[in-house]
Design a binder for this molecule. Structure first.
Ligand code: AR6
Length: 175
């Protein structure tokens, strides 16, 4: 029996590196060689094998996504994507963010993954406004899930109370 959209999206609060899911998504930069924020946390938790593998991926353009193994993480895979740096909203930021979510979901679908956890892409160092990013993220996930059996479930893994509330509001609005 098909699961409803409601059962296929979940908002949690916490450290994405701890999640036992098939894949976690990394909010990376175009080098794919590590950085601060969630990218730094993922590389620290995965161990040095991750950056060694990432060196072979030849970077990633903004809005695109690439996949690596999970190395020391509980997740089997890491889907690396690069969200846009927020400027003023007039430089294609919305579409680039939507594209980062869609291309990450496409990898999960191609690999027929069950569960995938995403951080709030672009809303940290890249300063994309949180409510606007949550709206785009949830819209893209809901549309993708409606047309694809995989991933079965998407977890929005938020860090902090404000992000948790924004994603929860966006998910509730999409149901
Ligand atoms: N688990 C879940 N979410 C987290 C974690 C964690 N362990 N740590 C931080 N966040 P950011 P960006 C949240 O800055 O804006 C890096 O240096 C954080 O609170 O990690 O896409 C890259 O190398 C925020 O809500 O990513 C790039 O250079 C969200 O993750 C640049 O930052 C995203 O914040 C990418 O910037």
């Amino acid at each position: 029996m098909e699961e409803s959209l409601k059962d296929r999206m979940e908002v949690v609060q916490g450290d994405i590196t701890k999640l036992h899911v098939d894949a976690i998504v990394n909010a990376a930069n175009t080098s794919l060689l590590g950085g601060g924020g969630v990218d730094g946390a993922i590389h620290r938790a995965a161990g040095p094998g991750l950056v060694l593998e990432c060196r072979t991926l030849n970077g990633c353009r903004t809005g695109e996504a690439k996949v690596s193994g999970g190395h020391g993480l509980p997740a089997a895979w890491v889907i690396h994507t690069v969200g846009p740096v927020w400027q003023d909203g007039e430089h294609g930021e919305d579409e680039l963010l939507a594209s980062a979510w869609r291309n990450s979901l496409k990898i999960a679908a191609q690999k027929e993954l069950d569960t995938v956890a995403f951080p709030s892409i672009s809303t940290g160092a890249y300063r994309f406004p949180l409510a606007r990013a949550a709206g785009i993220a949830v819209r893209e996930v809901a549309a993708f899930l409606a047309g694809n059996p995989h991933p079965r479930k998407v977890i929005f893994c938020t860090f902090g109370e404000e992000a948790y509330r924004e994603y929860l509001t966006a998910v509730q609005g999409a149901l």
